[in-house]
Design a binder for this molecule. Sequence first.
Ligand code: RUB
Length: 330
Amino acid sequence: MFPTETAEKIKGMEIRGAGRIARAAAEALKHQARDSPAQLTAAFTAEMERAASLLVATRPTAVSLPNAVHMVMAGIHRAKTVEEAREGIVQRADAFIQSSQHAVEKIAEFGARHIRDGDTILTHCNSEVALACIIEAHRSGKEIEVFATEVRPINQGLITIRTLNDAGIRTNFIVDSAVRSFINDVDIVIVGADAVTVNGAVVNKIGTSQVAHSAHEARVNVLVAAETYKFAPRTILGELIPIEERASGEVLSDEVLRTMPHVTVRNPAFDVTPAEFIDLIVTEHGAIPPQMAYVIIREYLGWDITEFDDVTGRTAGFNGEDAVNIDKFF
Ligand code: RUB
C-alpha cells in the first residue's frame, strides 16, 4: 500500500494500534521508494519527505509512528544516487518491520513470565503486544482468566475479546466503568502503550489511567507491554505528547447533539498514566521500572539530547544511521 492510502486507513482507524501503525508506515515508505519515478536524488528525497510528513500527520499521539518514519528515512540525505537512497529506504523499512515483529514475540515471552498459573488479568483497549503476553501465558499451559473492557467510544474491546475467545481463553467482557467493581478479582493489569515519556509516564487509550489508578489503590500490579520504539525521545527536550481529540460523533450522534446547544462532547482518545501507577514496563530488552525510561531512549533509540526539528533525521542532534541502529532491536 502507498502512503496516501495508508494515511487514509490510519486516519480512519482501519489500521490502528501503535505497533501496526508504525509497521504500516514503514511498508508505505518502502512502496513509495520502490515505485518512485524520480531520477535525481533531490527529487527523490523531496518525494519521500512529503510521504513521511503525510504519514506522521495522520495520528498525533502514537510515537511509534514518527519513530518508525525516522528510522526508515535515516541517512537519506547522505545517499549519492537515487538507487542508493531507494535501497536504503527499502532495507531500513524491512529491518524495522522485522524487528518490530520480533520485539512483539520477545515481549510476549518476557511478559508471560509475569503471569502466574491461576492469575486473572485485566486488559484495556486492544493492544497487540499486551495480548501477545496473555496468549503466550495461556499457550505455556497456565490456567488464566481475563477481564476485558469495552473501550468506549470505538469499542476496541470487541477486537480483544474476539482474539481471546479464538485463543480459547476464559474472558469476562465489562463496561469501562465496571473496572473498580472487579479490580479485587484481578491479579495483574496488562496494557499496551502509544508512548512512553522520559519520566516513565505511559500514554495509552483513554481510561488507562483510571484502570491503573484503581489497580494501584487495590495493590494490583500494572504491567505495560511496550516495544522500545514507543519511547518518546523528544520528551527529553520537554516536549509533551499531544493527545488526539477525535470527532464528537464517535460519542454522540450529531442529530442528538444538535438538540442540546449548551452541550459539548469532549473525546480525547488517550490519557497519561503517571509512572507511580506503573510497576513494570516490559520491552523486548527485558523489563524495566518506568523510572528507567531515559535509559531506553538513550541506549536503544540512540537519540541525542540536542535539538532536532523534523522526522527525517537530517538535523543536528540525530546522529544519522548509526544513531538509530536497527540491529539493537534484535
Ligand atoms: C490503541 C491503543 C493501544 C496501543 C498499543 O488505540 O491505545 O493500547 O496503541 O497497541 P487506537 P499495540 O485504537 O486508538 O489506535 O500494542 O497494538 O501497539
